[in-house]
Design a protein around this ligand. Structure first.
Ligand SMILES: Cc1ncc(COP(=O)(O)O)c(C=O)c1O
Length: 389
């Protein structure tokens, strides 16, 4: 059973620094950090600045290892299979830059994927060989079994890798990637998973998923400071990875850290404070019973989806369960160029993304711990004004 909320959502809102004059419904793009997480981030920076040489020269690697161990416990992976990276784009670039394909090899993905990751694939395949195949995944979503069958029908003997989001950006869908990873392993196909929205948003068990490569952000739903991402690689797939940035990582080897960790950790001078703060973000969510927070956010998001559907008359993209979505409520709105959705920001001070995808228009309403029913009422009032005929 889910533990109860430690405090009602309106009180949790007081833990964040968000401006009160704005209705902030876009945690999916850039989330806000709780005050105490930011305080710890600044404390790390202060400690670094008090003796930078000692910090970088003698403490950094041990501190990062401790942070990787805490992250590993959170995502159920061995710490030595995880490296911190500034963001998931960086992590995916490491993988995509390293893999090599023949001219006719296919990398299967979907038409729900994040543009920057598609760009990365297209760029490298264009230089080195291989081509992307974008499986169309229609909405509304039905069952997970239907999804997997439909996606798998695009596998051919030429498919050498699968690149897929665990939670998509434009359509905010949770994809059933465990079964896809299982089938891919049996078929000898490499899996590369985009988990940008996953840590802190839904449970993540990397050992159970058994993907080859999984990169994610801690600076979205886990509420860690910006610049905290990670790349997980299965142990037997690590040797294929090449450095994205060449630095001391090729000539200085540390006895106490594996090649994989060294390759992506010793890449010039950077600020390790976001990574060192990841354990604090994990602890913040643990002590506030985050599964209960997430359930409360989902319930608020679900009410909002239904209220907006009443105004627009448009059908939902999935059912209201937590199978297909959790804290990003995707609300179809009319695709009508006479409706100026920019007014949501310009006139109503509502920060909510308006997404154009495959001929549809959506409001992607992110519901985080700091959001309240009043935020949703404001959104509904604004949508009423916009869509009024
Ligand atoms: C699905 C998905 N992948 C990748 C990214 C890129 O994240 P970042 O800019 O932190 O690398 C995003 C950003 O929102 C995303 O939604």
């Amino acid at each position: 059973m889910t533990a109860p909320l430690t405090m009602p959502l309106p009180e949790l809102a007081s833990q964040f620094n968000l401006r009160r004059d704005i209705t902030f419904l876009n945690h999916g793009s850039f989330g806000s950090c709780p005050r105490e997480v930011i305080a710890e981030y600044r404390r790390w920076q202060d400690e670094l600045e008090s003796e930078p040489v000692h910090f970088f020269g003698r403490r950094r690697l041990d501190l990062l290892e401790q942070a990787r161990i805490k992250l590993g416990a959170f995502v159920n992976a061995h710490a030595d299979d995880l490296v911190f990276v500034p963001n998931i784009t960086y992590g995916m670039n490491i993988v995509i830059n390293s893999l090599r394909f023949e001219k006719d090899d296919e990398i299967l993905t979907t038409d729900h994927e994040y543009g920057a990751i598609n760009n990365t694939w297209e760029y490298h395949l264009g230089r080195n060989g291989g081509k992307m195949v974008y499986a169309p995944i229609p909405i509304p979503m039905t069952t997970e079994a239907d999804f997997v069958e439909h996606f798998w029908s695009h596998i051919t003997p030429k498919t050498k890798a699968i690149s897929i989001s665990h939670i998509t950006s434009a359509t905010a869908m949770i994809f059933p990637i465990k079964e896809i990873c299982r089938r891919a392993r049996a078929a000898g196909i490499i899996t590369v998973i985009d988990g940008a929205h996953v840590p802190g948003h839904i449970e993540l068990d990397l050992t159970d998923l058994d993907a080859d490569y999984y990169s994610a952000n801690c600076h979205k739903w886990l509420c860690a400071p910006k610049g905290a991402g990670f790349l997980y690689s299965r142990r037997d797939m690590q040797a294929r990875l090449e450095p994205l940035v060449v630095s001391w990582n090729l000539s200085r080897h540390h006895d106490n850290i594996p090649r994989y960790v060294n390759l992506f950790t010793n890449v010039g001078t950077n600020d390790p404070a976001p990574w060192l703060t990841v354990p604090t973000a994990i602890e913040f969510q643990r002590k506030h019973n985050w599964s209960a927070v997430r359930a409360a956010c989902h319930a608020l998001g679900s009410q909002t989806r239904m209220r907006i559907a009443e105004l627009t008359g448009l059908p939902p993209v999935s059912d209201e369960s937590q199978t297909w979505w959790n804290q990003m409520a995707l609300c179809p709105v009319p695709t009508d160029e006479r409706i100026d959705y920019n007014r949501l920001w310009n006139e109503f001070a509502i920060e909510v993304p308006i997404v154009a995808w495959n001929g549809h228009t959506f409001l992607r309403v992110a519901v985080q711990a700091y959001n309240t029913p009043t935020d949703m009422d404001r959104l509904i009032e604004a949508v009423k004004v916009l869509v009024k005929k």
